[in-house]
Design a binder for this molecule. Structure first.
Ligand code: UDP
Length: 379
């Protein structure tokens, strides 16, 4: 590519990354009359929310994405591009062949102990909590036992958490488990948010609509041709890894990564009867199995579609070359990120936004809120 020599650069903004942060920013800036070039390293748009249609089923290529929010503004915003379906996440846990409902609720307590009333369930948990004599929980194991008792901890939490994080529950912070709801009602809805669903036709449609009218170049690595790309636009919105942007000069930030073993099962209309089944024992090597069709087909529709697609999900420590998924927000990594952030703040013409550029585990609705908030500061 030739460096442009004209006084006026061709675009007002170069947006690096076509995931949710990049796409929402593109939409909002374009609406205000700015010209935009969007680029992505991958050969498709959408970042990790990308879905691909295979055998009539939208496959969540980079893991299950279930949209949920209590922010009406965000919900109306996404529904303005594409209608969302009625999907409600209610994962099932498989522990050595026995099934339990998640999140922890009256169904789980009945399956675990045979208790039928909230009072009996509370008594059971209290009894187990007393036996363990934990005053103030110091790690995930102690927090989980205090919250829900030893039986549920050992059956539904211990093995799964150790597989997901590659660390013992006694070495993990207590806050991780506080994400999970505990309810004394018969309600298997995994989230507490007001709104929930999946875009009809998949997330790729949502992203396509957001970036409609913007110029897009795929399969190009910004940092490999940085000077050339920078010459094209007045300002840059960068959504890639912050440590990579600065040439890893202070060292690598750590991530957990996930890999997927995806299989098309021909003439199997319904493999596991649910979109998400967690394998909570320590022996099964994968953490969960996703059956993609259940994200968008319900009731008889499931059986009417003759084939199915499943993905087994494996969790491991990130190595250079892997896709970064979950930032490891422990003390050491948070300190390292702060060093990079000082460098980022000094870049006057570059905005760093999203999960990788801010090294933050954002849910999708939080990424959208963040992009909306940051774009307001642009003049
Ligand atoms: N968790 C668990 N058993 C389960 C599901 C979740 O012990 O069957 C714990 C585990 O420690 C996990 C945390 O709850 O890291 C948060 O789970 P969540 O579903 O929010 O994780 P995500 O889907 O975002 O990876």
């Amino acid at each position: 590519m030739k460096v442009m020599t004209e006084q006026k650069k061709k675009y007002d903004f170069l947006i690096v990354g076509t995931g949710l942060f990049g796409a929402v920013s593109a939409y909002l800036l374009k609406k205000r009359g700015f010209s935009i070039l969007l680029i992505d390293k991958r050969d498709h748009i959408g970042g990790n929310v990308y879905t691909q249609k295979v055998k009539g089923i939208n496959v969540h290529q980079y893991g299950a994405h279930i949209f949920h929010t209590s922010n009406k503004k965000v919900w109306d915003f996404v529904n303005g591009f594409v209608e969302f379906n009625r999907y409600t996440n209610s994962p099932v846990a498989n522990y050595k062949g026995k099934l339990y409902n998640l999140p922890f609720n009256m169904n789980t307590f009945y399956q675990m102990w045979g208790v039928t009333t909230p009072e009996e369930a509370r008594e059971k948990i209290e009894e187990q909590r007393k036996e363990c004599c934990i005053e103030s929980p110091k790690n995930l194991e102690e927090q989980a036992i205090c919250l829900i008792g030893k039986d549920i901890y050992e059956t539904l939490i211990k093995g799964y958490t150790q597989k997901q994080w590659g660390r013992k529950c006694t070495e993990l912070p207590a806050f991780i488990i506080k994400r999970l709801p505990v309810r004394f009602v018969f309600d298997n809805n995994y989230f507490n948010d007001t709104y929930q669903g999946i875009p009809k036709g998949g997330y790729t449609v949502l992203i396509e609509k957001m970036i409609e009218g913007c110029e897009v170049k795929l399969g190009v690595d910004y940092l490999a041709q940085k000077e050339d790309f920078d010459a094209l636009a007045d300002r840059v919105i960068y959504t890639g890894e912050i440590d990579r942007y600065f040439g890893y000069q202070y060292g690598h930030l750590q991530y957990r990564t996930v890999s997927f073993e995806t299989e098309i099962l021909e003439s199997v209309a319904n493999y596991q009867g649910n979109a998400v089944v967690n394998y909570t024992d320590a022996e099964t090597p994968y953490t969960r199995v996703i059956e993609h069709k259940h994200f968008e087909l319900f009731g008889q529709e499931v059986e009417d579609c003759p084939d199915t697609i499943i993905s087994r999900e494996y969790s491991k420590e990130w190595q250079p070359g892997d896709e970064p998924y979950y930032p490891v927000n422990d003390e050491q990594n948070s300190q390292l990120y702060e060093q990079y952030k000082v460098l980022a703040d000094a870049q006057e013409k570059v905005i760093f936004g999203g999960r990788l550029a801010e090294y933050k585990y954002y849910d999708m609705h939080k990424v959208i809120e963040r992009a909306m908030e940051m774009m307001k500061t642009i003049d």
